[in-house]
Design a protein around this ligand. Structure first.
Ligand code: SF4
Ligand code: SF4
Length: 450
């Protein structure tokens, strides 16, 4: 008998928890038991205690090697079932051009390629090829996401209309847009099956207008808010994504007060989520807001936001918190998600130069293109195997980690930035983030069940 390698111990003030990621079990324990597991002193346990802890998976008869084999089988099954059932995720980049030139934009390197490059738009023939690919391997969720650059610039109207014309009738479109020129698309997005629009702002009106410089308008914040109101009035779902930095995050009250001037903020068609800005294209920058600080801040801020009528979501590992909350609420095992990002499995991003990319942050970097789809169809075997085999390579390195069934090895782009190797693990504070999300979910569950 020995303690499982997949136990996660969490301590917070006078509370102690043990979670077994292999079994999905979660238990609140006392400090004595916590110390027994922490110090690996199982000999201090009674026979009954050992039996009970074994039934919960915290103690096992399996050797370390056999326990890892079980984990590997679980991961293999997850891939076989989850991804075979869900199929591909399709995105279309109409052009790399944008009405803003944001300083942190992950596509900033593309701006340096000049106006002709930015103005290159996806052709009608390319759109035909994209639709053929989509139909040959349709996703379970019949949604195609359109983004850019800025997809809903007025100059892209013909291409957007052509995508709509060619969209299979049982598919929906979603748009990731800066929201500035949507007023020129209201007729279009209401006549097609639009699933949702994701619109981004950079914090409060003051901060947003300082960073989002447009040659068309000095107060783009107000234009975007008016546009959101029009879209919600048309019955279309809008997710507002708030980019957070060290500077703007402390002014979220200002943002919420601005939103309260519009009726959309009370609509169930409107939701708001927060995301830290992560710069993948440069060296690690100490001035960046860290993921851990961000999650802590939003967690502390939640109660205040709720009092102002907002339910906050976070883009960072939020699925973990949701899964923990569901497990606690229903007394069910914690569900696994051993893939850090769909880029390693099933994302296909079609760009205006006839290339396919797996990840949002490396679009237009030809070395990472996994395929050409126009004028001919041709796979780039080296890049394809680098991207789509990362999870296999990573699981060999992460298999003995107690977080592997929730973390999946982290982001290869980040690993490359930090360690110069795409196929390295990128823990990126995952254990700490897991703990923060666990405690946040636990507190939320406790306060709702009292
Ligand atoms: S990346 Fe780090 S935290 Fe994540 S599974 Fe691998 S070793 Fe564990
Ligand atoms: S691979 Fe990394 S950078 Fe690319 S979309 Fe996934 S998490 Fe983001």
């Amino acid at each position: 008998m020995r303690k499982s390698n997949y136990n996660i111990l969490i301590k917070s003030k006078d509370k102690f928890f043990i979670i077994n990621s292999l079994w999905g079990t979660i238990d609140e324990i006392d400090d004595d038991l916590f110390e027994i597991f922490n110090d690996d002193k199982l000999e201090n346990l009674s026979g009954d205690e050992i039996n009970n802890l074994r039934k919960r998976g915290y103690i096992t008869k399996l050797s370390s090697e056999n326990e890892s084999i079980v984990v590997r089988n679980i991961i293999t099954n997850y891939f076989d079932n989850h991804y075979t059932q869900n199929g591909h995720e399709y995105l279309i980049v109409i052009s790399y051009n944008c009405s803003f030139r944001c300083s942190y934009c992950f596509e900033k390197h593309i701006n340096a390629k000049g106006k002709d490059h930015l103005r290159q738009k996806i052709s009608f023939d390319m759109i035909d090829n994209v639709m053929e690919a989509v139909l040959s391997s349709p996703p379970k969720k019949k949604i195609i996401t359109v983004y850019g650059g800025e997809p809903l610039m007025t100059e892209n109207r013909e291409e957007v209309l052509y995508i709509i014309k060619k969209l299979p009738s049982d598919f929906k479109l979603s748009f990731i847009t800066n929201g500035l020129e949507i007023n020129n698309y209201l007729d279009v997005i209401t006549c097609v099956n639009t699933s949702s629009l994701q619109i981004t702002v950079d914090g409060s009106e003051h901060f947003h207008n300082k960073v989002r410089i447009s040659n068309k308008n000095n107060n783009s914040f107000l234009v975007i808010m008016d546009n959101i109101q029009s879209i919600v009035n048309k019955g279309i779902r809008v997710g507002l994504r708030v980019n957070c930095t060290k500077e703007n995050i402390i002014f979220l009250d200002d943002l919420h007060m601005s939103l309260q001037k519009y009726s959309f903020y009370k609509s169930n068609l409107f939701s708001i989520s927060y995301s830290p800005i992560i710069n993948f294209s440069s060296k690690i920058d100490e001035s960046e807001l860290s993921l851990v600080n961000f999650v802590e801040f939003i967690d502390d801020y939640n109660a205040k936001a709720k009092a102002m009528g907002f339910i906050l979501g976070v883009y960072t590992h939020n699925h973990i918190k949701e899964k923990i909350l569901t497990a606690l609420k229903h007394g069910k095992p914690l569900k696994i998600q051993p893939v850090s990002c769909n880029a390693y499995v099933n994302t296909f991003i079609y760009d205006p130069f006839g290339r396919v990319y797996p990840c949002w942050n490396i679009v237009d970097d030809v070395t990472h293109s996994i395929e050409e789809y126009y004028p001919r169809s041709l796979q780039n075997g080296t890049s394809m195997s680098l991207w789509r085999n990362r999870t296999k390579v990573i699981f060999d390195k992460c298999l003995s980690c107690q977080y592997v069934l929730y973390c999946g090895g982290g982001c290869g782009v980040k690993a490359n930035k930090e360690k110069g190797n795409f196929n390295e693990v990128s823990c990126d504070h995952f254990p700490l983030l897991f703990e923060k999300h666990f405690l946040s979910a636990y507190n939320m569950w406790k306060s709702n069940s009292m």
